[in-house]
Design a protein around this ligand. Structure first.
Ligand code: ME8
Length: 503
């Protein structure tokens, strides 16, 4: 059977800003699902990258004093890439919208939509916010400012090319109704349905005055509107226009992970663009919530943006990954605070997973009767089976926080099992029973480590190291890890604590 493919994407981020933990959240969640799908034995393609053709890029370059705009953009893009590298993000490709392969794909796409008759010339009179890179309505302004940025939008009157977005109103609504999974969570689906039905207008897809961007193939005096250009990265990143085989395999995407701020672009404009170009639609757009920092909106202007790399250096990559995935239910808004991070570190990691691992490894590395056959206690077998069922269900339904909470139930089970069985007493009174109890505990820990892997890959590896789990067993699929019998316990070694107490 050919290997099943799975394609997941993040937004491509604007390079005028530095990565903060909001961006890291989206990217880490996408990485978690990529690793999960790879664990299922699928060929998972994970696309991320940078959005470089915006007015904001140009403004930031000029502000920095750099006269070579592309050089500034190259350095900024490299910063984003190295951020993901240092956070253990296993992206398959990193697409940049100033790359030739992207520009060619955008031109091809534009011409396909133009040929369809969905592009016309008109005059745009209205407001434009450079922060959002979007046209805004007078009625959306708050005290004369853009609702998302603390500055007034620019007034623009331009000859522009427009995309006939409204021609797709009925088809978009039909698609959303026929595919309940297309927009998630459900609350977002209702919001988008309402927007498409009552507020959606044709959209200007070119800028006459912009000095940076991809020229329109039929009129080089204008550049393509940055969102029309950026959305096409999801195609050019998987081969559109340069590798048909790759494109055939990885389009349509299974999941676009985005923040709730950009759903109109992803759930209305993007599917309409694809319909116009005669291409299949992505299977799902998941719009996660936004989180605040200690209750305050995060952003450069607020001066409270947290650098994910610095945070990971202080606490560890896996701690950051765990905290973000566990603390903020995927799809809801949340809050980030150092006090919650420390609480979870101590309660869930140091006293939870770390302590359980250390107790099991300490006991198992001592003397025991390794000749005994492995027979798991039935209550442990049931707890492991139940955890796998619930974990898998949560992962399939895109509830990473719930998947983690199932793993932590199994850790609690393991802790209680130790208290009930009292292996320290059995080691003197009943060697055979002692071995069975230790083997059961090692098995519980092994299953925990596999289910923890997509969230905390380094921690899982450290547990495998202690359990003497070799390369071959590390690359088993979920199904294989779930069903194989126990690991050989004579290799167990106790290492230093996974999560030492915080200073
Ligand atoms: O919008 N909480 O890029 P961008 C959670 N280039 N997630 C957050 C967040 C927060 N407080 N702040 C930002 C763009 N994000 C376009 C995308 S895609 C074709 C083009 C995350 O750099 C969230 O995923 O402004 C949000 O959608 C994204 O960063 C916006 O990144």
């Amino acid at each position: 059977m050919p290997q099943k493919s799975y394609t997941i994407t993040t937004p491509i981020y604007y390079i005028n800003d530095k990565p903060h933990i909001g961006h890291a959240y989206t990217t880490i969640i996408a990485d978690i699902f990529t690793r999960y799908h790879r664990m299922k034995g699928e060929d998972a393609f994970f696309l991320t990258g940078t959005d470089e053709n915006s007015q904001g890029s140009l403004d930031a370059a000029l502000k920095s004093g750099e006269t070579d705009i592309q050089r500034f953009i190259d350095a900024q893009s490299a910063l984003w890439r190295s951020t993901w590298d240092s956070l253990d993000i296993l992206y398959t490709d990193f697409i940049r919208t100033t790359e030739e392969r992207h520009k060619q794909g955008v031109k091809k796409f534009f011409l396909a939509v133009h040929e369809k008759g969905d592009i016309y010339k008109g005059t745009y009179t209205g407001l434009y916010c450079t922060g959002c890179e979007a046209f805004v309505r007078e009625s959306d302004l708050v005290n004369g400012n853009c609702p998302n940025h603390p500055c007034p939008p620019q007034e623009i009157k331009e000859e522009n090319y427009f995309f006939k977005l409204t021609s797709y109103r009925d088809r978009l609504l039909e698609h959303i109704d026929a595919h309940p999974d297309f927009i998630q969570p459900v609350s977002r689906r209702n919001e988008i349905r309402n927007y498409i039905e009552h507020h959606m207008e044709d959209i200007s897809i070119s800028r006459q005055s912009a000095k940076w961007g991809i020229p329109i193939p039929i009129d080089e005096s204008q550049v393509i509107y940055v969102w029309f250009d950026a959305l096409i990265n999801y195609l050019t990143g998987v081969g559109y226009g340069w590798n048909d085989e790759l494109f055939g395999k990885h389009w349509p995407a299974d999941m676009h992970v985005v923040g709730k701020d950009i759903i109109k672009f992803h759930c209305a404009l993007w599917p309409a663009m694809l319909m116009a170009a005669g291409l299949p639609l992505p299977k799902r757009v998941f719009a996660h919530g936004f989180f605040t920092i200690d209750g305050h909106k995060m952003g450069k202007s607020m001066g409270n943006a947290i650098d994910p790399v610095a945070l990971a250096q202080s606490y560890g990559n896996d701690v950051l990954r765990y905290f973000l995935a566990r603390e903020i239910p995927f799809g809801s808004d949340g809050d980030f605070s150092f006090s919650r991070l420390k609480e979870r570190y101590t309660a869930d990691l140091a006293k939870g997973l770390g302590n359980f691992t250390s107790r099991v490894a300490t006991m198992a590395s001592r003397e025991y009767n390794s000749a005994s056959p492995v027979s798991l206690d039935s209550e442990a077998k049931d707890a492991i089976g139940e955890c796998w069922n619930e974990w898998t269900h949560a992962m399939e339904e895109y509830h990473p926080d719930e998947a983690l909470s199932e793993v932590w139930n199994l850790i609690s089970f393991g802790d209680k099992y130790i208290e009930q069985q009292k292996p320290w007493a059995l080691s003197k009174s009943d060697k055979a029973r002692y071995t069975a109890v230790i083997q059961t505990l090692v098995e519980v820990l092994r299953h925990i480590s596999v289910m923890v892997y997509p969230f905390m890959p380094k921690t899982a590896e450290k547990i495998w190291e202690q359990l003497g789990i070799g390369e071959q067993q590390r690359s088993l699929t979920c199904e294989q890890s779930r069903t194989i019998s126990s690991v050989p316990i004579e290799h167990i070694t106790k290492s230093e604590s996974l999560f030492p107490p915080l200073p």
